[in-house]
Design a protein around this ligand. Sequence first.
Ligand SMILES: NC(=O)c1ccc[n+]([C@@H]2O[C@H](COP(=O)([O-])OP(=O)(O)OC[C@H]3O[C@@H](n4cnc5c(N)ncnc54)[C@H](O)[C@@H]3O)[C@@H](O)[C@H]2O)c1
Ligand SMILES: [Zn+2]
Ligand SMILES: [Zn+2]
Length: 374
Amino acid sequence: MPITSRAAVIREAPGKFEITEVQVDDPRQNEIRIKMVASGLCHSDDHVVTGDLPVAVYPVCGGHEGAGIVESVGPNTPGFAPGDKVVFSFLPACGKCRWCSSGHQNLCDLGATVLVGSRWEDPTSFRLKLEDGSPVAQFLGISTFSEYTTVSVDSAIKVADDTPLEKACLLGCAAGTGWGSAVNSGDVKPGDTVLILGVGGIGTMAVQGAAHAGAANVIVVDPVAFKREHAQELGATHAVATAEEAAELAQSFTNGQGADVSIVTTGVISGEHVAQAFAATRKAGTVVVTALGKATDVGVPISLLELTMYEKTVKGSLFGSSNPRADIPRLLELYRNGYLKLDEVITTEYSLDEINQGYEDMHAGKNIRGVIRF
Ligand SMILES: NC(=O)c1ccc[n+]([C@@H]2O[C@H](COP(=O)([O-])OP(=O)(O)OC[C@H]3O[C@@H](n4cnc5c(N)ncnc54)[C@H](O)[C@@H]3O)[C@@H](O)[C@H]2O)c1
Ligand SMILES: [Zn+2]
Ligand SMILES: [Zn+2]
């Protein structure tokens, strides 16, 4: 029997989250139905609200950074039992495609389907529906802003029974994305000078990744004083309000050369942010582009001469170039051992009904990561 669940959906973009009842399908083979425990308020869902990140089908139920408890398991679906705890991976990993089998699970071919929000193996079939039977798309195939959701096992990582899901939900996006932007995509090395533009949920995790990798200087830029102070509590060595000040600092620590690695984690990226990071980065250094903006934006105003002559690398980073099946358990272990801070990143908890307040607070610079507790 489908379960009736309260969920936050967007009916059009630009729009607003609206709490409504959805019918959550019984799990089919290779699917599990989850009772949600917690979901982080990542900026990427706000890109759906503003329309910067368009999806194929509306209404769409948001949320992609979540954790919960298995309520039921589809037929012939080994590996999960009711009561198991899971953390979602915001990108599914099939385990079989070229990317999954060569250490790039974040680029799994299933990623091509997640903005449709239906079952990947049966694309006209949706796991969530309105009362009248019309489809509700699942953002990134998971929709963690719902009391219950049915997902493919490709999107779920089973974790130990004693995992605090109200914190571990961040492993579903922010932790892997931010940490991995520094450790995997940026390949930060001991002694490096690292510059991070934007220290919200993702940037704060990048700070931790850079510090953990041994960076000597972790310079953060954010226009909001609260964000700058908070980043310093989690490993940033210097915090300034503008990219220009950060570039000067980076040069002062490197004999005028510039940052070894710069990471762009601003809320709404523009070409200008990448150009600022590029200008602050040394010869043969790396600019990691993690943030998202308007999907149709093109162009980065950088010197092509500098790109060639200084051999700089500009690279995109999706989920921190991580392999969620290996990296979510690994980051959870780092959290348990005290190396990875999650509790400190979650500054405010909200109820599902307070979701729009949570995003207003994000825009107003009042939270680092807001989390919905179900
Ligand atoms: N690539 C991926 O896999 C991936 C995954 C998750 C999120 N994202 C994207 O990463 C970005 C950050 O997400 P978040 O949840 O941390 O957002 P957030 O809103 O919590 O944090 C963004 C921060 O950037 C700061 N900021 C805004 N303009 C700035 C500027 N010009 N210079 C410096 N700082 C500035 C804000 O004050 C804020 O602290 C978003 O664009 C999000 O969509 C990408
Ligand atoms: Zn996210
Ligand atoms: Zn795959």
